[in-house]
Design a protein around this ligand. Structure first.
Ligand SMILES: *[C@@H]1O[C@H](CO)[C@@H](O)[C@H](O)[C@H]1NC(C)=O
Ligand SMILES: *[C@@H]1O[C@H](CO)[C@@H](O)[C@H](O)[C@H]1NC(C)=O
Length: 294
């Protein structure tokens, strides 16, 4: 009796300890469309929620405007610089692979829209993540607002299927709307609009305008957003089959400003060593076309 009681106790103790060995160590960082972020700094935006720059803080608000989370905005960390450094190290494995960009120095961008089609499923799943999006950043490069198509996993969830979410990523915190599954061949319209402004404070709305069920992300109190991009970003790529085959065409690319139609000339950056390229097929502020070839 005594022996079995001792055995029982030791089994219970072992049972309490065992999960610590069996459970994988929790990942302290998670993947966002701007690389790995500390998990505690990545936040789901509740349906209808928004993000507000308030003084030197960033507030995550729910649909009723109640505070869900507050963080200090670290304006010294440039997401753009972080991306460029990562890219220089190993473009094949990390970060922005091919993209087109335009830097606005004139009147504020009022609307920036892009159409593209959900590509075929990548032929080879090696646990990679592929992001395709139009995006816009402030001059400082310390934030990015982006309607994102994702294949593979990220901090927002997802997996071996295509899903859309809108993200706002800053140097220190990242925010995403709930991923919404989309189908191969489905048309997407990603928009970023200026909804209002006052002095140096700008309010934006980003969403997939033809898929309202996926939700929108409102950003208030932002710096003016000036650097517009059309981007392929990928992580964990080990072979070309990790990308969708063929190409993705960003089309109907429109940029208007508060003073009308600007003169827009898109530039490109490509990973030519690996044959992944961005090409501008049609220039201009209206109906521009950029092709990403995998
Ligand atoms: C965004 O801007 C476009 C172009 O001006 C406009 O057609 C669209 O209605 C706007 N959408 C929102 C939600 O403001
Ligand atoms: C861009 O503008 C053109 C011309 O007005 C329009 O046909 C096209 O649908 C617009 N693109 C998007 C993504 O809304």
């Amino acid at each position: 009796m005594v022996a079995s009681a001792v055995l029982r106790v030791s089994l219970i103790v072992f049972g309490a300890i065992a999960p610590a060995f069996a459970t994988p160590v929790a990942k302290s960082t998670v993947l966002t469309p701007f690389g790995e972020y500390a998990a505690e700094n990545v936040h789901a935006v509740p349906a209808g929620g928004s993000i507000a720059h308030v003084g030197t803080d960033i507030h995550l608000l729910d649909a009723k405007g109640s505070l869900v989370h507050a963080a200090a905005f670290d304006s010294t960390v440039s997401v753009r610089a972080a991306k460029k450094t990562a890219r220089a190290v190993d473009p094949w494995v990390t970060g922005w692979t091919a993209y087109a960009y335009w830097y606005n120095t004139g009147a504020a961008i009022n609307a920036f829209s892009t159409t593209w089609t959900v590509p075929a499923t990548p032929a080879v799943n090696s646990g990679q993540t592929v992001f395709l999006f139009n995006s816009i950043e402030p001059a400082s490069g310390n934030a990015i607002l982006q309607p994102v198509l994702q294949w593979g996993g990220s901090a927002a969830g997802g997996g071996a299927y295509w899903a859309i979410a809108t993200w706002y990523v800053t140097g220190s915190n990242a925010y995403y709307t709930t991923p919404y599954s989309v189908s191969v061949g489905q048309s997407l319209v990603g928009i970023i609009n200026l909804t209002s402004s006052s002095g140096s404070s700008y309010n934006y709305l980003s969403e997939f305008s033809n898929i309202p069920a996926a939700g929108a992300l409102a950003l208030t109190g932002s710096a003016q957003l000036v650097w517009a991009t059309e981007t392929l970003e990928a992580y964990g790529i080990t072979q070309v089959g990790n990308y969708p085959s063929g190409s993705t065409v960003f089309s109907g690319i429109n940029i208007s400003t508060t003073s009308g139609t600007p003169a827009v000339t898109w530039s490109t950056s490509s990973d030519t060593a690996d044959g992944v390229t961005a090409t501008v097929n049609t220039q201009g502020a209206t109906n521009a076309v950029v092709t990403i070839k995998y």
